[in-house]
Design a binder for this molecule. Structure first.
Ligand code: KIV
Ligand code: ZN
Length: 506
C-alpha cells in the first residue's frame, strides 16, 4: 500500500480560527502530542506574522525532532528569510511558500499580472532553497484558478526546486468530482510533476473538506493537509481524524496507509479542544462524545450481541478507553495510573502525584469518578503549571437580599500573597472585579459559558470564557465541583494566557 503524508496545520491554519490563539508553551505541548500521534509534517506557524509566531516555530524546531517542521511564508524575501531563520535548528526543516493564483486575487488583491506572479513564485522558491531542500509551494485559491495557469506555475516552481506542490481549496468552493479532475489534470499535464509530491489543502465552507481531500487522494495526491478536530479559518479545515480513519476503515477502497498511531487520536483531540477552547460538537465523527454511543434499543441489542452490527470502528482503536468502570475514594495510585495510561496520558512523576492528590480530594466530594472527570481534573492541574497568578482562596456571599460580594486571595508572580474584595451585580461579577483590582489588566469579557462534565448533582462544572484585550481574544477554562470557583479559575486562566502572550510580544 502507498503511504499518504499527513501534514498537520493545527498550529498554523487551525490557530487562525477566530479566538483560537495559543501561546508558545501551548503550541509546544500540542506539537509534542502531534509527534506522538505520528504526523509527518507539523506546520508550526507563520514566523513573519509576529514575534510570538517566530518564537513558537523556533522552539518547536529545536524540541520536536522526528516530524518535519514547516514554516509558512508569503512569496516575498523578508518572509522567506524569517522562515529560514526560525527553522535554523530544525532536524527536518520545510519552508511553505504561498502565492495567489486566481484572477480574482490577482486583479482585486495583488494587482499583478500572471507573468509577474510566475516570476515571483520561481524566484522565491530559488531563494528558499538557500535554507533547506524541502520546499513546498501553494498557488492560493487554486480551485478558482484556470487549470492551465496552475500547470504553468507548478512546472516553474518544481523547476526551481519545489519538492511538494500543494493545491489549496482556499475558500472551500470545490466539490469532490471537480477536485478529483483537477488533481488528475495536474498529474497528466505538468511535465515534471513526478519530481514533487502532490498535496491538497481543503477548507470546509461547503462542508466538503474531507470528501474533497479523499477524492484527491483517490486521484493520486499523496500529501493531505488537515487539522485536529477540523479547526481553522472560517468553517475550518479538513479534519485529520476523519481522513485518517476513512483511509484506515476503507483500505479496501483506498489501498493507502498513513503513519498515524490512531490510539493517540482521542487524546490529541481533547488536548486541542482544551487549549483552544473550541468544544467538539457531540455528534462530530470519530471524536464527538456521541460518536460511539448507541441510544436506540435495536442498535444497543445489536452492539451487545456483536459490535460490528452497528459500529464500523472499534472505539479503542482511536484511544477511547474501553473501561467504563468508575473509580472512587478507595481507588489507589495504581488504578489511577492505569486509567490515565488507558486515556492516553503520560504524566511526569511530579504531575502524576499532583493529579492523584486532586483525584483523592475530588473522590471525597463525588462518589463516582468517571473518565470524563479524570480528563477534566488532569486538564485543570495542567492549567495551573507555570501560572503567573494562582487562585489561592475565594469567598463569596450572594443571594436575593444581600449585595453580591467577593473576597479573593491570589499568589502573585513573585510568590507574594495579595488579596482584595469587590461588590458586583452577581457573584461572578464580584469575583471578576476583585481579580481585576489585583491583576490590573484591561480586558473585556466577551463570552461566558458553563457546562457539567457528567450528569448528577455532584458533577464537576466546567467554565469557558473569552476575554478580549488589544484586539486579541484569549480563552480561559476552569473546572471545579463549585461553579463559582470554576468561574474564578477560568478568569485567572484567561488572564495568565493574556499576560504570557504580552510578555512574549514585548
Ligand atoms: O487556505 C489556504 O490557501 C492556505 C494557504 C496558505 C495554503 O492556508
Ligand atoms: Zn488554509
Amino acid at each position: 500500500m502507498e503511504r499518504v503524508i499527513i501534514f498537520d496545520t493545527t498550529l498554523r491554519d487551525g490557530e487562525q480560527a477566530a479566538g483560537g490563539t495559543l501561546n508558545t508553551k501551548e503550541k509546544l505541548e500540542s506539537a509534542k502530542q502531534l509527534a506522538r500521534l505520528g504526523v509527518d509534517v507539523i506546520e508550526a506557524g507563520f514566523p513573519i506574522a509576529s514575534p510570538g509566531d517566530f518564537e513558537a516555530v523556533n522552539l518547536i524546531a529545536k524540541e520536536v525532532r522526528s516530524p518535519s517542521i514547516c514554516a509558512l511564508a508569503r512569496a516575498v524575501p523578508e518572509d522567506i528569510d524569517r522562515a529560514g531563520e526560525a527553522l535554523k535548528e530544525a532536524a527536518h526543516p520545510r519552508i511553505h511558500i504561498f502565492l495567489s493564483s486566481s484572477d480574482i486575487h490577482l486583479v482585486y488583491q495583488l494587482k499583478k499580472s500572471r507573468q509577474e506572479i510566475l516570476e515571483m513564485a520561481r524566484n522565491m522558491v530559488t531563494r528558499a532553497k538557500k535554507y533547506t531542500d524541502d520546499i513546498e509551494f501553494s498557488p492560493m485559491d487554486a480551485t478558482r484558478t484556470e487549470p492551465e495557469y496552475i500547470y504553468q506555475i507548478l512546472e516553474a516552481v518544481i523547476d526551481a526546486g519545489a519538492t511538494t506542490v500543494n493545491i489549496p481549496d482556499t475558500v472551500g468552493y470545490t466539490i469532490p468530482d471537480e477536485f478529483g479532475r483537477l488533481i488528475s489534470g495536474i498529474l497528466k499535464n505538468v511535465p515534471n510533476i513526478r519530481q514533487a509530491v502532490v498535496s491538497i489543502h481543503c477548507h470546509d465552507d461547503l462542508g466538503l473538506a474531507v470528501a474533497n481531500s479523499l477524492e484527491a487522494l483517490r486521484h493520486g495526491a499523496r500529501q493531505v493537509e488537515c487539522t485536529i478536530n477540523g479547526i481553522g479559518e472560517r468553517a475550518g479545515n479538513a479534519s485529520l481524524e476523519e481522513i485518517v480513519m476513512a483511509i484506515k476503515t476503507r483500505h479496501d477502497l483506498f489501498n493507502l496507509t498513513t503513519n498515524i498511531d490512531t490510539m493517540q487520536i482521542y487524546r490529541t483531540s481533547r488536548l486541542v479542544s482544551e487549549l483552544t477552547g473550541f468544544m467538539v460538537q457531540p455528534n462530530k465523527a470519530i471524536v464527538g462524545t456521541n460518536a460511539f454511543s448507541h441510544e436506540s434499543g435495536i442498535h444497543q441489542d445489536g452492539v451487545i450481541k456483536m459490535p460490528i452490527t452497528y459500529e464500523i470502528i472499534d472505539p479503542k482503536m482511536v484511544g477511547i478507553s474501553a473501561s467504563s468502570l468508575v473509580l472512587g475514594k478507595l481507588s489507589g495510585r495504581h488504578a489511577f495510573k492505569e486509567r490515565l495510561a488507558e486515556l492516553g496520558y503520560s504524566l511526569s512523576d511530579e504531575d502524576f502525584s499532583r493529579a492523584f492528590a486532586v483525584f483523592k480530594q475530588l473522590a471525597e466530594k463525588k462518589k463516582t469518578i468517571t473518565n470524563k472527570d479524570i480528563e477534566s481534573l488532569v486538564a485543570e492541574e495542567q492549567r495551573t503549571v507555570s501560572e503567573i497568578y494562582h487562585l489561592d482562596r475565594i469567598q463569596v456571599s450572594c443571594g436575593d437580599r444581600g449585595i453580591p460580594t467577593a473576597a479573593v486571595r491570589l499568589i502573585g508572580p513573585e510568590g507574594q500573597v495579595i488579596a482584595d474584595a469587590a461588590l458586583g451585580t452577581g457573584p461572578v461579577d464580584a469575583i471578576y472585579k476583585a481579580i481585576n483590582r489585583l491583576v490590573g489588566v484591561t480586558n473585556k469579557l466577551t463570552e461566558f459559558s458553563v457546562k457539567s462534565v457528567t450528569e448528577g448533582i455532584d458533577a464537576i462544572g466546567e467554565v469557558l470564557i473569552r476575554v478580549e484585550s488589544g484586539g486579541i481574544t484569549y480563552t480561559g477554562r476552569g473546572a471545579d465541583t463549585d461553579i463559582i470557583v470554576a468561574s474564578a479559575k477560568a478568569y485567572i486562566n484567561a488572564l495568565n494566557r493574556l499576560l504570557t502572550t504580552k510578555k512574549t510580544t514585548e
